[in-house]
Design a protein around this ligand. Structure first.
Ligand code: WT7
Length: 655
């Protein structure tokens, strides 16, 4: 184990059962029914998923083969079936619910618009035809770099419709990050906007997109630009096309391209332990299936629900629970463009009241930030429409859980704490809210058909309660990642080599309590979780050393009350170390530099300068030591191998 926190001291024994009112209306009403489902899956793993795939997906032609493990650890599911994901999200609802609201959108400035299923279908078709007119065909990659507006979902669905592979890049990432992702994906098209409204400002998406395309991205032929802000932007004739021009005159019907189950639906880049983000590749049918099953099991979705997942479509959460899952089950989904604090910290609750949100899903970091603003704010709003709450992205501290439960859920709404990853595509460990008793801080139990475990260094099950170990998934599941785009070896090495191809290694440590509940303890690799977003320490280090003044850098996480984890950087300069190890101007400049290289979320909170970094004899940076320093903890490890003990003082900021 690489992390010292592996033996947890967390003690939380409060338990919460769903109310009778919730249970009566729930899809799965008790543990007996849930356990029966789990038993079915245990007895016949493939049969279980095959039945669900037949029930939940509209196939153009059915599959015979369920799971193909011939090329393990490359697995395929339902490989000889043909389908279209956009057809499953739109067309199949048109008979029964063409007039039902699919998307309720609210802009940061308060503008509201809604799209029915028929309208969304029409817009997706028109944009699908526009993509074709711009030379996009099945298998081509299109990068989407957009604000949180319905057109982002329309673009994703349109790609799915014509069999193109999208890769959404979060609008908060910099031009440099965008360029890296476009180049890695070999994208032919960039879909962006002139800007977006967030935090009372315009997010200059087009400016960043221009920078990215001007600096590289030789494969990009066209850029389709949605006009959102209507402020002046620069324009490259021949390359840039306005969205409204692209769809002008396009037909509102667009035949879906039937694809094989394994056709990649999207790539989504996420951080790992190296400087280079990984393009996580997802499939069509398997991915779709688990977004549907989890919408039903975990979100207990009903026809009259108003479902709001606050995640941006730039993250996997916004893929599975904004752009695909809710539409695949014919639900009404809320999208909000802006920041949670504009005009004030009541914005989320105002949206819940205005749109009658029944299911609300957000990140612990947002809950903590809003909790800090006081209970008076949510108490001004009518939150009685809410019936279910959810969290995702990091372990939720029991204090925030209790606040969410009391103040937002008014002790009436179950909370589903959902553990999953970009790689898993959908929830893996989460309570089924009508059945499972919840405990603040625990994501509870694996879902039916998900064989999760906690194992030791040798891969043996840890049976002792509360003893930490590696979180693994022991059997393939339909929405698992298929590979890392362009780097198959890294896929094998990262996820399968630790336990010789037997288990999927999640990269988290976890423990199970006496009731078998899972408690996630943190990452085991050099990955940080900043505000529920994954960032590699190596990425931030590479960004720092790319600056001309920096010789060496080491980045670690330190506990942050709102963000969960903050970024702390130790830097060795090429020139003189600043007196006392402090140089505010340089620190500000380096923070901005990292912001430009990666994006504002990657800016270190603090930078400390030293003449050297502490290394082991073999030259490895002693990160554990740096983590202790960054968290202000006492140093317990052996530091006798340090060439210069004085460095410790420098790193601590004492000299
Ligand atoms: C990592 C995945 C999955 C969408 C958001 C993040 C952490 C995620 C939980 C949770 C404890 C959690 C894990 C995981 N994580 N959900 N409910 N409890 N930790 O996706 O960027 O792929 O990050 O987020 O460390 O490995 P991601």
């Amino acid at each position: 184990m690489t992390r010292e926190n592996i033996d947890s001291i967390l003690q939380e024994d409060r338990q919460f059962s769903p109310t009778a009112e919730f249970t009566t209306a729930a899809r799965i009403k008790n543990m007996g029914d849930l356990e029966a489902l789990k038993r079915q899956a245990e007895q016949d793993h493939e049969g279980f998923w095959a039945n669900l795939a037949r029930q939940e997906i509209s196939w153009q032609s059915p599959f015979e083969t369920i799971l193909n493990s011939d090329n393990a650890p490359h697995f395929s599911w339902f490989e000889d079936g043909m389908l279209n994901v956009s057809y499953n999200c739109l067309d199949r609802h048109l008979d029964a619910k063409s007039g039902k609201t699919a998307i309720i959108f609210e802009g940061e400035k308060g503008d509201v618009c809604t799209l029915t299923y028929a309208e969304l279908h029409r817009e997706v078709c028109r944009f699908g035809n526009a993509l074709r007119a711009n030379g996009i065909e099945k298998g081509d990659r299109a990068v989407i770099y957009m604000p949180m507006i319905p057109e982002a979902v329309i673009a994703m669905q349109a790609c799915a419709r014509i069999g193109a592979i999208h890769s959404v890049v979060f609008g908060g990432f910099s031009a440099e990050s965008l360029k890296d992702r476009i180049e890695d994906a070999g994208a032919k098209l960039l879909i962006t906007a002139d800007g977006g409204f967030r935090g009372g400002k315009i997010v200059e998406l087009k400016q960043a997109a221009d920078k990215a395309l001007d600096r590289g991205c030789p494969t990009v032929e066209k850029s389709i630009v949605f006009k959102r802000t209507a402020h002046d932007v620069s324009w490259t004739e021949g390359r840039d096309v306005w969205w409204h021009d692209a769809i002008a005159g396009q037909s509102s019907s667009c035949d879906p391209v039937w694809v094989g189950s394994e056709q990649p639906l999207f790539l989504l880049y996420t951080s790992g332990s190296t400087g280079k983000p990984k393009g996580i590749q997802h499939s069509s049918a398997g991915y779709l299936l688990n977004t549907i099953t989890t919408m039903k099991w975990v979100f207990d979705i009903h026809d009259d629900d108003i479902f709001w997942c606050t995640a941006d479509v730039g993250w996997v959460t916004g893929h599975s629970y904004v752009a695909y899952g809710p539409l695949a089950v014919g639900a009404t989904v809320v999208m909000y463009e802006g920041a949670p604090t504009v005009p004030d910290a009541g914005r989320f609750w105002a949206l819940c009241e205005r749109h009658g949100v029944t299911i609300f899903y957000t990140a612990p970091t947002a809950i903590r930030a809003l909790m800090k603003c006081g209970e008076e704010i949510p108490s001004k709003y009518d939150l009685s429409s809410l019936r279910l709450l959810g969290t995702v992205g990091e372990p939720i501290n029991p204090e925030a859980w209790m606040w969410y439960h009391r103040i937002i859920g008014q002790e009436r709404c179950p909370i589903v704490d959902t553990w999953w990853q970009t790689e898993t595509g959908a929830h893996m460990i989460a309570p089924v809210p009508g059945a499972v008793v919840t405990k603040p801080g625990s994501c509870t139990l694996p879902l039916p058909g998900i064989d999760a475990g906690v194992v030791d260094e040798q891969g043996n099950d840890i049976t002792e309660p509360d003893k930490g170990g590696y979180l693994v998934i022991k059997k393939p599941w339909p929405s698992m990642l298929r590979t890392i785009w362009g780097d198959d070896q890294r896929y094998v090495d990262t996820y399968w080599s630790k336990f010789d191809g037997k288990y999927y290694l999640a990269g988290d440590s976890a423990r199970r309590d006496k009731d078998g509940y899972f408690w996630i303890m943190g990452r085991i690799d050099d990955v940080l979780n900043v505000s529920g977003h994954r960032l590699g320490t190596m990425e931030v280090e590479s960004a720092l050393v790319a600056n001309e003044k920096v010789a060496e850098a080491a980045v670690v996480g330190h506990p942050d009350p709102i963000k969960g984890e903050g970024i702390f950087a130790f830097v060795v300069l090429k020139g003189e170390r600043p007196t006392g190890g402090i140089d505010e101007a340089l620190t500000a400049a380096l923070r901005n530099w990292v912001g430009e290289q990666i994006g504002p979320i990657a800016k270190p909170d603090d930078i400390r300068y030293a003449d050297n970094l502490p290394k082991t004899r073999s030259g490895k940076i002693m990160r554990r030591l740096l983590r202790a320093i960054a968290s202000g903890e006492e140093i317990t490890q052996d530091t006798s191998t340090l060439e210069n003990e004085d460095i410790l003082k420098q790193l601590r900021g004492e000299t």
